[in-house]
Design a protein around this ligand. Structure first.
Ligand SMILES: *Cc1c(COP(=O)(O)O)cnc(C)c1O
Length: 353
């Protein structure tokens, strides 16, 4: 079902490089479509209902990208002059061009994250501004799960959620890889990924999820929340140029992914463990234990000077990855065990290990 045979290269750069599977292409060609700006696209409507239900929200809105989804989400929660508290390395602060500030006059208040991606509740508490004319109005808290491939513990999410409620602050989750978090949690607990999704999302007022990452769709994200919240986001999406017409072709791919590509995420996670184990013990490589489909490997000591050469060697041998001193590997639908074994062999060969 996957496309590994169509490419001789092993592409471990990102889970965004996947191409639609045969089944997904079939679902796309068969899709019923209409003009979604009129609300007429049955496949978009079906997807929105499906994802809202799956994540336990009243409503959902199909978005072009995760960036558009986070932007509309933050601007639906916040007015001009409000602020959102967010991780220093969070995507919706650091990697989205400052969109909430640029388009919404919403100020971010970034905080240093803990190693697992969480924000300490005491740090949040200290950053919440008093109701005073000097300050922006703190309105929203944002988390990201997974963050750098790490899963925020459910116990933390539960505490975070009651804390935010007690403070009267809204809670947004950038869940670009929400289903990876759920799959990992399900594997650890022996439960179902679909159940774990709801355990995570119930801690938030809004959630953004990407179809274009591990789920393997060609594009699209969804923003989920209450009916009222999604009505606001709908207006903002129009302003952001995100009113699409026959978007049902893309929604059908996303819908197919929700039905067929969620439980298989665990395979990506197992393959990533296999890669980490395969690289273990190579001198100069400091390897984090992967929790999902993303692995960071730091070049340390003498190996640090060999980053450029390693990248050239990998490229030459048909292995694609990101980073020079902090290497990032990602497994996904279009990578198989043979590809990962090749990556291990090529890296071992380079280090003579
Ligand atoms: C990819 C990603 C986004 C943005 O998605 P795009 O579709 O690339 O705009 C947002 N947050 C996180 C955590 C991501 O990984």
């Amino acid at each position: 079902m996957n496309n590994t045979t169509t490419s001789a290269r092993v592409d471990l750069r990102s889970d965004t490089v996947t191409r639609p599977t045969a089944g997904m292409r079939e679902a796309m060609t068969q899709a019923l479509v209409g003009d979604d700006v009129y609300g007429d696209d049955p496949s978009v409507n079906e997807l929105q209902e499906k994802v809202a239900k799956m994540l336990g929200f009243e409503a959902a809105l199909f978005m072009s990208t995760g960036t558009q989804s986070n932007l509309c989400g933050i601007l639906s929660h916040c007015q001009r002059g409000d602020e959102y508290i967010v991780g220093q390395m969070a995507h919706c602060y650091r990697w989205e061009g400052g969109g909430a500030a640029v388009f919404g006059s919403v100020q971010p208040q970034p905080l240093t994250q803990q190693a697992d991606g969480s924000l300490l509740l005491q740090d949040i508490e200290a950053a919440i501004k008093p109701d005073d004319a000097h300050f922006a109005k703190t309105t929203l808290l944002c988390l990201e799960n997974t963050w750098g491939g790490k899963v925020l513990p459910q116990s933390y999410l539960n505490e975070f959620s009651s804390f935010a409620k007690q403070k009267g602050l809204a809670r947004h989750l950038d869940g670009a890889r929400l289903f990876n978090a759920a799959a990992a949690q399900a594997a650890a607990l022996g439960t179902s990924a679909y159940d774990e999704v709801k355990n995570i999302t119930q801690c938030f007022d809004s959630v953004s999820v990407c179809f274009s990452k591990g789920l393997g769709a060609p594009m699209g994200s969804a923003l989920c929340g209450s009916k009222e919240f999604i009505a606001k986001a709908h207006r903002l999406r129009k302003m952001a140029g995100g009113g699409l017409r026959q978007a049902g072709f893309m929604a059908a791919a996303a819908s197919y992914a929700l039905d067929h590509h969620v439980t298989r995420l665990e395979q990506d996670h197992q393959l990533m463990s296999h890669l980490a184990q395969g690289l273990a013990g190579i001198p100069g490589l400091q390897i984090e234990t992967p929790q999902t489909n993303i692995l960071f490997v730091d070049l340390v000591g003498d190996a640090k000077a060999r980053g450029v050469a390693l990248q050239a060697h990998l490229k030459n041998e048909g292995i694609d990855m990101n980073g020079l001193y902090r290497l990032r590997f990602v497994t996904h639908l279009d990578v198989d065990r043979a590809g990962v074994d090749r990556a291990i062999a090529v890296i071992r060969q380079f280090f003579g290990a």
